[in-house]
Design a binder for this molecule. Sequence first.
Ligand code: PLP
Length: 409
Amino acid sequence: MIATAFDVEAIRKEFPILHQQVNGKPLVYFDNAATSQKPKSVIDALSAYYNHDNSNIHRGIHTLAERATASFELTREKVRDFINAGEAEEIIFTKGTTEGINLVASSFGRKFIKEGDEIIISALEHHSNIVPWQLLCEEKGCVLKVIPINKKGEIIFEEYLTLLSEKTKLVSVNHVSNSLGTINPVEEIIAAAHQAGAKVLIDGAQAAPHLDIDVQQLNCDFYVLSAHKVYGPTGTGVLFGKREVLEMMPPYQGGGEMIKEVHFSGTTFNDIPYKFEAGTPNIGEVIAFKEALEFVDRVGKENIAAYEDELLKYATDLLQDVEGFIPVGTADKKASVISFLIDGIHPFDLGQLLDAKGIAVRTGHHCTQPLMDFYEIEGTVRASFSIYNTKQEIKYFVESLKSIIKMLK
Ligand code: PLP
């Protein structure tokens, strides 16, 4: 049974964008893995900031600057609570997951990874957790190793263990795969990496909207996420790092805010988190992100997980009936993402024809081309569900698919 501690219709009312027609049909938004929609409280907070408080933070002593700074720092505390970090100073604001990973590659990577060292990622990674490491390996002469997966789209854990050695300096894997929805056994991955003496980065871009995250329990060294996938604004994200690791790392970018003193004879750097926050950040968006996390609290992470799981099961069952349906990624533990193909029909055509019926899905390689290589396909159709989606929408989606297939065959 669906956990009915919340009312989906009431939740839908909080999302103004959902109440529109697209191509003459009610919008069905199933592209949540790309970005989630925003509740009115987030939109209002952004607008309130620009209407009332807009000011640069940390440097001003006037009232607006103090208000903006206080709100900005309140989000830092809210994020700390959201991922259960020990201290707010361990929360660094970034542009998003991509920047968080690049920050670690540039700062930690440049300082601590040398020629012949090894970095381990998995075959499930998003390009943003592949390319920064490839660039580092090119620069440093270190080696990128890839944990293989099985046909269900699950990491082969025994193979991972054989890749670990004293040469491993960093393991960087996603918590949840954006293309397949696979939930990875990150706690075990982290423990094994630590036994080998390696640090661990978890790409939580797809976990943050669906799972309860506790970085202290996970014991990861770094955890990254994007606000825009958790009902928050774009251009804002979070890098969590353990204090002792962040303090050993050199700055990522130079500029204002990240310094204590600058003289032509030399510069001293600020303490964490500011050491890693050069320049004026995305102030309004960070402030509005707090509302997004409060929305999640209001609904309840357990309710979100239970309801989305119900949607996933419902959709998976209905899709078995669709002629030529080929699921891509059938892991035992999955978030609410379904990637699939329909035999003989190009994903792009399906995406366009679904759009004509008001249904937004994603088609293509989902920024995971090596994963598509593994399945020997160019891409998939991906439907990803969020807390505001309904069974009626899924039913309409599956009926629409059937009628498109009938028309094309
Ligand atoms: N990692 C994963 C697993 C993702 O799903 C995404 C975005 O789809 C990213 C990284 C990159 O996130 P962003 O573009 O917000 O930096």
